[in-house]
Ligand binder design. Structure first.
Ligand SMILES: [Zn+2]
Length: 256
């Protein structure tokens, strides 16, 4: 039976100086080794370290399953020399000509991906024993996830269709780039089909009776070498931890 664990947690952490965009990376181990999402290059050496903790190297990975092609989920596709990239055909097609408003899909995305061996996958495809593809579009054109059947438990690696527990409670992801109605339907589909979630920008959680139960603790330490300034913290850094902002609609409607 395939197992899933998170190599790196995702975070919904923002700043007024740009995006950290740390996406969650899951490892599914069955007859194949599958990495779900590849993150941006700022996490590259961490991925290597987390694989090493599990006696794996990037060369041991058979598939890199991209939930979608946004920059913060896809940039490290080249670090797995023996892996096929599993991508939804609609996402593959979309990135050739992304919407102008879509700041998460730079124009070089397609060129970057097409350097790699791509295998297109669709709803219901079984990529390993008990591990099947689920189509969950809306956040992006061809967002997809993986469902793992583990006895009574069904776990979903779901990327930004369900990026965090907040989105499960609100019925919408944090950001919609493609279509609001599709994004809502995809969250309903996920909550219907799975009970445990390995999300795009959070740590794994179970969803029961409208509440999240996190499966493991998390932490992030922010450090650096700031000037000693006169602000409210070191070098003027201010920590402002609050509720997530409302959903940001970057684009919606299939026609625009
Ligand atoms: Zn995204």
């Amino acid at each position: 039976m395939a197992t899933i664990d998170m190599l790196l947690h995702g975070f919904t952490v923002a700043s007024d100086q740009g995006s950290f965009a740390f996406c969650g990376i899951s490892l599914i181990r069955g007859t194949k080794n599958i990495v779900v999402d590849a993150a941006h290059v700022g996490r590259r050496e961490l991925i290597r370290a987390k694989l090493a903790e599990r006696d794996l190297t990037p060369a041991d990975i058979d598939y890199v399953f991209l939930t979608h092609a946004h920059w913060d989920h896809s940039q490290n596709v080249d670090m797995f020399p023996n892996a096929k990239i599993l991508l939804h055909p609609k996402e593959r097609e979309y990135v050739k000509n992304p919407r102008e408003s879509d700041w998460a899909t730079p124009l070089w995305t397609s060129a970057m991906l097409e350097r790699q061996p791509i295998q297109e996958v669709r709803e219901g495809d079984e990529v390993d024993d008990g591990v099947t593809v689920i189509e969950i579009p809306g956040h992006s054109r061809g967002t997809q996830g993986l469902l793992l059947r583990q006895g009574d438990r069904v776990a979903a690696a779901c990327g930004d269709a369900l990026p965090n527990a907040w989105a499960a409670g609100h019925g919408l992801p944090r950001i919609v780039f493609w279509d609001v109605e599709e994004a809502k339907a995809s969250i309903r589909k996920l909550l219907d089909r799975a009970t445990a979630f390995y999300p795009g920008h959070d740590r794994p959680f179970e969803w029961q009776d409208g509440r999240a139960r996190y499966l493991e603790p998390t932490s992030m330490r922010i450090f650096g070498w700031p000037d000693v300034g006169e602000g409210e913290g070191p070098g003027g850094m201010v920590f402002d931890v609050g509720q997530p902002r409302e959903t940001q609609i970057v684009g919606s409607g299939r026609g625009d």
